[in-house]
Design a protein around this ligand. Structure first.
Ligand code: GCU
Length: 427
């Protein structure tokens, strides 16, 4: 049953607020009214008048607010990383491409601690090297993104939930290619781009275990028992891992590391956005159906809300984010400011018509609300665009949006639009 939010808010009892938390609203007519933080007004109330002003004053405080309130604070680049070429071939896809599988062994503070990220990389031979590239994480292992029989299975892992329940990941040969529709590798290569991917679980397995496994323990100080309220969550860990991939790509002569687009779908779209915000080396940022905690405006509370996401996925964000459960207006930021952090680099937000959980309209409005920052850099904004027509991409210089027909997925149609947009900036 859907209970109108206004009735719940008017009644004002604690119990009623619990009922509200259990309710998902898809109706703009009963959406709470709200005011978005103005991208061009600093937290002290002073106006942002130029691109320099944005870069020197406003961007740092917005980035810091996202670290403190939403994703948590990540460590810097690790002191020590080893690159091990696990496998390579220059005769893949009928001799048109090169494949490399590189293990990034990332060390932490203690010399005996490390995690291994296995990067699968395809590079086109045509077009001349170094190639621009798309980089993103995958959900189920590198072997799931392609039917290529040479792609290595990911490393298995086991873990324990706080309630003692065991969680296991045992990659199967039978899953090879099971996510291939999301990774149209031949199409990407044909258009002259390299494509690289890492299984997100290599960086941090996607379940709540109190940050016992993955990259987080690597940077725990000796004797540290309590996690800080702004300590990095799993999304920040994944984003940090993407930066480690970019570190590697900077050493690979086949890749133009100055022309790397970071891309992700859904939770990994949230991750791509945060990676692009944290690491200005990513030349383009693409969010596919990223929804709550990604491109969608939180204050709308349409579809997945901050409370729902913090409850279902308590490990994705920092602990401080829970303060905004049913309290979105108290935050210094909303997700349009995350998109603004990417300016002036190209940003692409895509939604799917039936993906109501991710609030497609909220994703579009967030992008549109980032326009003033892109305009500071001399670009056009999307302010004049009321709504997107299904399957008709809209663009304003470095800002791109489309609303695909269909559901929550990343499809060849989505990729075609990303490739066309990339051609304008990365070629
Ligand atoms: C869930 C979650 C979303 C997330 C999605 C996904 O639906 O609520 O926030 O984007 O999973 O990653 O597929």
């Amino acid at each position: 049953m859907r209970v109108p939010l206004t009735i719940l808010l008017l009644s004002g009892f604690g119990l009623t607020f619990q009922a509200e938390a259990a309710t998902v609203n898809y109706d703009e007519a009963v959406m709470p009214s709200f005011t978005l933080p103005d991208p061009l007004v600093c937290f002290d109330g002073s106006p942002v008048v130029s691109a320099e002003d944005w870069i020197s004053r406003r961007r740092p405080e917005v980035l810091d607010a996202f670290r403190r309130e939403v994703y948590g604070r990540s460590p810097g680049a690790p002191q020590k990383v080893e690159y091990r070429l696990l496998e390579a071939s220059s005769e893949v896809l009928d001799g048109t491409a090169i494949r490399k599988q590189v293990r990034l062994v990332v060390h932490g503070l203690a010399p005996d601690r490390s995690v291994a990220l296995d990067l699968l990389l395809y590079i086109p031979k045509a077009g001349g090297n170094p190639a621009p590239a798309f980089v993103g994480l995958n959900f189920r292992g590198n072997h799931a993104v392609t039917f290529d029989p040479e792609v290595l299975l990911p490393q298995p892992w086991t873990g324990t939930r706080p309630n003692g329940e065991r969680v296991e990941f045992r990659p199967q040969e039978s899953e090879r290619g099971s996510q291939a529709s999301r990774w149209p590798i031949p199409m990407i290569l044909e258009q002259g781009y390299a494509v690289g991917t890492v299984y997100c679980g290599d960086i941090d397995p996607d379940f709540h275990d109190g940050f016992a496994n993955g990259v987080h323990p690597l940077f725990r100080q000796a004797g540290e028992t309590e996690r800080a309220e702004d300590a990095w969550g799993t999304i920040a860990g994944w984003a940090w891992g993407l930066s480690r991939v970019l570190d590697y790509l900077e050493t690979d002569p086949d890749i133009d590391a100055g022309k790397v687009a970071v891309i992700g779908h859904s939770r990994l779209g949230k991750t791509a956005l945060w990676a692009g915000a944290e690491d200005p080396r990513f030349a383009m940022v693409i969010s596919n159906d990223s929804g709550c905690g990604g491109a969608a405006l939180s204050r709308r509370r349409i579809g997945e809300s901050v409370e729902r996401i913090n409850t279902a996925f308590p490990h994705w964000f920092c602990t401080n984010y829970r303060a905004f459960n049913d309290n979105e207006d108290a935050s210094l930021v909303d997700q349009h400011l995350l998109l603004a952090l990417i300016a002036p680099r190209p940003v692409y937000v895509a939604s799917a018509e039936d993906d109501k959980w991710a609030d497609p309209r909220g994703e579009f409005l967030a992008l549109r609300a980032a326009s003033p920052v892109y305009k500071l850099f001399g670009g056009d904004g999307l302010e004049g665009v009321e709504a997107a027509t299904v399957n008709q991409p809209v663009a304003a210089d470095a800002m791109f949006y489309h609303l695909r027909s269909g559901g929550h997925d990343i499809t060849p149609f989505d990729w075609q639009q990303y490739l066309a947009a990339a051609d304008r900036f990365l070629k």
